[in-house]
Design a protein around this ligand. Structure first.
Ligand SMILES: [Zn+2]
Length: 382
């Protein structure tokens, strides 16, 4: 089980409702405990059954989704069974007799009572508390999993706000023989990437063709009169093309990433998120950035699947320094060759950069090349 966390953003009324749900979950837990104390020989299933009784008795308990009530009862049971275990094992000293809790800080939902938006950016809580739609901050990793893999969602209150913890059922893990190879990747505007072996991977021809068509359609739309039937038609064409191109791009990113990760033990690349924050208006540039960040996501994902190391390095001076001797060799964007007057190295500019990126990646991972957590793949995408 993997736990992914995202911060929740909502309105004050929503936060108040979350507080109420948390209080109710605590009430259910404590009531279940009381029931166990008062009745001899009560087991786990009796506590579950007790949840329905509580819901009938108390309106506010009914508002909490039935599965969330169940998990509150399960929490009581886990405290009880811990106590039983300690008794059985004859642990010396205190056995940890279950106690009533005064304050709760979380409520847990199973596979009902919530909905996640398609893009994984919003969580909607749908049970009787009607908390509604909350924005998720930092939920990018959730995109790697299917909804069915999310077994539980815990809403946690902390000093600095509210969080959602997603418990993801993960078991996919593929063992590969180590390749004893490492690779550095340099992203280019002209090529998809250049690696530290000097290998250049081009953007596929079909993608370039589609992108050209996309541009053409965009021009067509802007030429048509606003509100006209022709414009509507052109817009429709454009959005269909967009969809096609984005699917092709994804397909290419997945295949390339899979191949790169499988054939290397360590993959280093530049951490270009900083650069992405600078808005750029050049279409070619933004397309390359978008493809690259998608590719990077998949490299990191396959790194987890295949137990490989992936490192993002700071993109400072990677193109300017000499990969052989470290001397700073200044070049403008149009200088395509790296020529070091200090040691005599002559390399393609991007190849030199890829070597620097690999060196930085290796330096950054010394001592912590542990294998990442196993993950499940979005099967439809591979
Ligand atoms: Zn040099």
């Amino acid at each position: 089980m993997l736990v992914l966390e995202a911060k929740l953003k909502g309105k004050t009324e929503q936060y108040n409702l979350i507080d109420e749900a948390i209080r109710t979950a605590l009430f259910v837990r404590n009531s279940a405990l009381r029931y166990w104390m008062d009745n001899k020989g009560v087991g786990k299933y009796d506590l579950s059954a007790q949840c329905a009784v509580l819901a009938k008795e108390f309106d506010f308990a009914k508002r909490l989704g039935s599965q969330a009530r169940q998990s509150s009862a399960e929490r009581a049971w886990s405290a009880i069974s811990r106590f039983y275990d300690n008794c059985k094992k004859k642990v010396s000293g205190k056995k940890g007799y279950p106690k009533f809790k005064k304050r709760g800080n979380s409520v847990e939902y199973k596979q009902a009572g919530w909905k996640l938006s398609e893009n994984r950016k919003y969580l909607t809580l749908t049970d009787g508390f009607k908390i509604g739609r909350l924005k998720l901050v930092g939920s990018r990793d959730l995109n790697f999993y299917q909804i069915e893999q999310i077994k539980r969602i815990r809403i946690v209150k902390r000093a600095d706000g509210y969080y959602a913890q997603f418990c993801v059922d993960v078991d996919r893990r593929e063992e590969l023989e180590p390749t004893h190879k490492t690779l550095g990747l340099d992203v280019g505007l002209n090529h998809f990437y250049t690696d530290s072996q000097g290998e250049v991977v081009e953007n596929p021809r079909y993608l370039r063709k589609s992108e050209r068509k996309l541009k053409k359609l965009q021009r067509k739309v802007s030429k048509r009169k606003k509100g006209s039937a022709n414009r509507r038609k052109a817009v429709k064409q454009l959005s269909r093309k967009h969809l096609k191109v984005s699917r092709q791009r994804k397909d290419f990113a997945v295949k390339t990433a899979r191949c790169v990760v499988r054939s290397n033990d360590l993959i280093a690349y530049e951490d270009l998120q900083v650069r992405n924050m600078v808005k750029n208006h050049k279409l070619a540039k933004s397309i390359s950035d978008a493809s690259w960040s998608m590719f990077r996501d998949w490299v990191e994902y396959f790194g987890k699947v295949f137990g490989k190391v992936t490192v993002a390095v700071q993109p400072h001076y990677t193109s300017q320094n000499c990969s052989t001797c470290g001397t700073l060799v200044r070049k403008t964007l149009s200088t395509r060759t790296h020529q070091c007057s200090h040691c005599g190295t002559v390399l393609d500019r991007d190849h030199n950069a890829a070597l620097n990126i690999l060196a930085l990646g290796l330096k950054n991972t010394v001592g912590h090349t542990e294998i990442s957590t196993p993950v499940e793949s979005p099967t439809s995408a591979i």
